[in-house]
Design a protein around this ligand. Structure first.
Ligand code: SF4
Length: 329
């Protein structure tokens, strides 16, 4: 294990943990999910943070918990209501799985989240990372959580790309079993704020002493992402306080059941009333919105009152456009 290879002596391991812990106490960002021990709130934060930046999550986290303050509130809501609050955060499967898992928690666990990672991982949408993160942070189970940040820190420390069991074993070998939740969060925080992908700030790193890349010649671990440029034309038709929306098929793989502005077949003579840019995973979209024209065939179209649109599970792009045009709040 890397933990025993790099830090052979127990005194080194203790020192590593101590340095990391005091750095974390002094430097950690004051994030709302760090102010709670409520497993439900920690669970929601971990699901929202999957593949999503902290800054993007903050407002959604607040609104989600305002609307669904407990697992029972979440279970009482329909999937469409959950998606409406999630709308704009992306990766909607997460919201669906969270809602499904909440039902299992209420039906089979008396509304209480299981306390170990192995039981948590039986719930929909919870894998090894999320299970370990929740179990360590909310219940103090001594299990390491490895996300992309931790993977980068460990690989740089050992100066070799780690993957699979070697990576998880390395993290487990370093873990402080007396404070696993703080340790895991400290490692993630280190990766997110100091040992960053492009320019690690090795001089500010609390564990530089134990890092093989400490000279700052850190491994470049992630090849630059190739982004795809695409464009689209959408139709925004309005009639007597209503707007024309299209609903994605329930069986689709991408954002099933969500509502959006119809795609345009021909724009006619009109010029766009809005031009927006929107990024979804690795695609940068340039989108023109037209007030008239022909919608593409085979779309499930409906006239929806603007006031009702706000409560529907809209795609992030559609919500963005309707907000920019002051059609919804
Ligand atoms: Fe990352 Fe530099 Fe710290 Fe090593 S010394 S863990 S490369 S920030």
């Amino acid at each position: 294990m890397l933990g025993t290879v790099l830090l052979k002596r127990p005194s080194e391991l203790r020192s590593f943990r101590r340095r990391l812990a005091s750095w974390y106490q002094a430097n950690r960002r004051a994030l709302p999910w760090r102010k709670t021990r409520d497993p439900y709130r920690i669970w929601v934060s971990e699901i929202m943070l999957q593949q999503t930046r902290v800054a993007a999550v903050l407002e959604y986290y607040r609104l989600f918990l305002q609307r669904f303050p407990t697992v029972h509130h979440l279970v009482a809501a329909s999937e469409a209501e959950v998606l409406a609050v999630w709308s704009g955060l992306g990766y909607y499967r997460r919201a669906r799985m969270l809602h499904k898992a909440a039902r299992v928690v209420v039906a089979e666990h008396d509304g209480r989240l299981p306390r170990t990672s192995s039981l948590l991982r039986k719930l929909p949408g919870i894998g090894r990372y999320t299970g370990n993160a929740i179990a360590s942070i909310a219940f103090g189970e001594p299990v390491a959580a490895v996300d992309g940040n931790v993977e980068r820190v460990l690989s740089r420390m050992g100066q070799s790309m780690l993957a699979g069991d070697a990576l998880w074993n390395a993290a487990q070998g370093l873990l402080d079993p007396t404070a696993p939740g703080d340790f895991n969060q400290a490692m993630m925080e280190l990766g997110a704020t100091v040992c960053t992908p492009k320019k690690p700030s090795c001089r500010a790193c609390p564990v530089m002493k134990y890092c093989a890349s400490k000279s700052g010649i850190a491994l470049s671990l992630t090849p630059p992402e190739k982004r795809v440029q695409r464009s689209a034309s959408l139709l925004l038709r309005r009639r007597a306080g209503k707007i024309l929306l299209s609903r994605r098929a329930n069986y689709g793989t991408l954002m099933p059941g969500m509502w959006e502005l119809p795609q345009l077949a021909t724009a006619g003579a009109a010029s766009p009333i809005l031009k927006v840019r929107h990024s979804i995973t690795i695609t940068n979209w340039r989108v023109d919105v037209f007030p008239s024209g022909e919608a593409m065939p085979n779309q499930h179209l409906r006239w929806i009152a603007a006031s009702q649109a706000e409560t529907l599970p809209l795609t992030g792009l559609t919500r963005k456009i309707l907000r920019k045009l002051n059609i919804i709040a």
